[in-house]
Design a protein around this ligand. Structure first.
Ligand SMILES: O=P(O)(O)OC[C@H]1O[C@H](O)[C@H](O)[C@@H](O)[C@@H]1O
Length: 296
């Protein structure tokens, strides 16, 4: 069901609600540093454009905006697990959070931009073993920051994985490269092999890799759009890099066949063994900051 919108949270000329489709509201943000669009469905940032830049976040032209269907692109919030459920294949890929409406619960204008917090009502999720508060705080400024906080309000410990699954726009994937993961071990989930990254990452085929013990920022170089994008993170020891390439793109009904050229996902993740056990009244925050810099 579409969320109730608290109109008192709008900020004059800075933050307002706009329907993408009937019963499918989004939050629009515009300030002196950037503009952004956030779908209440999934609390998903679907557009972020810092002033003077091309769009930084990619969303497919074929993305479906309908309750219960994950949006192809933007920054999907994967929670409380990453990828397939560890034991139960009937559970949705990447968890519950991206397929539900969230509630906007606070907004704030600051010297560096606009901050908003969304909350997911987890009461109706039977599969959770404890009462949980889940919030996503988004800061839209010269940088884009997302902070996903899980707080255990119940008595049973909970195990949390997930990801902030950022789709980044590139001019041409075949010319893009990623630096900062050299010498890291990774699980190549296309080849089902454990490998070591010997050089920068470049793209010439389907890529789906989970980098282990990776806590540092990585940089995406884009010679076509003449910029770099840094992805920094907190609360995460795994970084996922994904591009579906042609065959998988063709198989995905919510992605145009040739759109794989236009994005790469760099995901601040809690994947594989990088999950967090959260006891009563404890919390965990997974955060990512995206910064675009034009080449001089
Ligand atoms: O199609 P989705 O469920 O949105 O998942 C899209 C992709 O997400 C991550 O990057 C995973 O590593 C990939 O294996 C998966 O294909």
């Amino acid at each position: 069901m579409a969320p109730t919108l608290d109109k008192s949270l709008t900020l004059p000329f800075e933050l307002w609600f706009e329907d993408f489709a009937p019963d499918y509201p989004t939050i629009r943000v515009s300030n002196e540093f950037a503009s952004a669009t956030i779908a209440l469905h999934g609390a998903q940032v679907i557009d972020y454009i810092p002033k003077g830049h091309e769009p930084v976040i990619f969303t497919s032209k074929e993305a479906v905006f309908r309750e219960g269907k994950a949006i192809r692109g933007g920054v999907p919030v994967c929670w409380p697990w990453f990828g397939a459920h560890p034991e139960d294949a009937s559970q949705p890929a990447h968890g519950f959070a991206r397929n539900r409406f969230w509630q906007l619960t606070s907004t704030r204008s600051s010297d560096t931009g606009t901050e908003l917090t969304l909350t997911l009502d987890t009461e109706s999720i039977d599969a959770l073993p404890s009462k949980v508060a889940l919030t996503l705080t988004i800061s839209v400024g010269a940088e884009l920051t997302l902070e996903l906080t899980t707080t255990n309000l119940g008595q049973n410990a909970i195990e949390i994985g997930g990801a902030l699954h950022t789709y980044l726009t590139v001019g041409d994937i075949a010319q893009a490269s990623i630096q900062g993961l050299e010498s890291h071990e990774y699980l190549d989930t296309v080849a089902s092999m454990r490998e070591t990254q010997n050089s920068e990452i470049t793209f010439a085929a389907e890529t789906d890799a989970i980098y282990l013990n990776a806590t540092q920022p990585v940089t995406l170089h884009d010679p076509v759009l003449k910029r770099s994008i840094q992805v920094a993170k907190k609360g995460s020891r795994t970084t996922v890099v994904w591009n579906p390439w042609i065959d998988k793109a063709t198989a995905l009904s919510d992605l145009l066949d040739d759109e794989y050229h236009e994005f790469v996902c760099i995901e601040a993740a809690n994947a594989l063994d990088d999950t967090h056990s959260i006891g009563q009244d404890e919390s965990h925050t997974l955060a990512t900051t995206i910064t675009a810099t034009s080449y001089a």
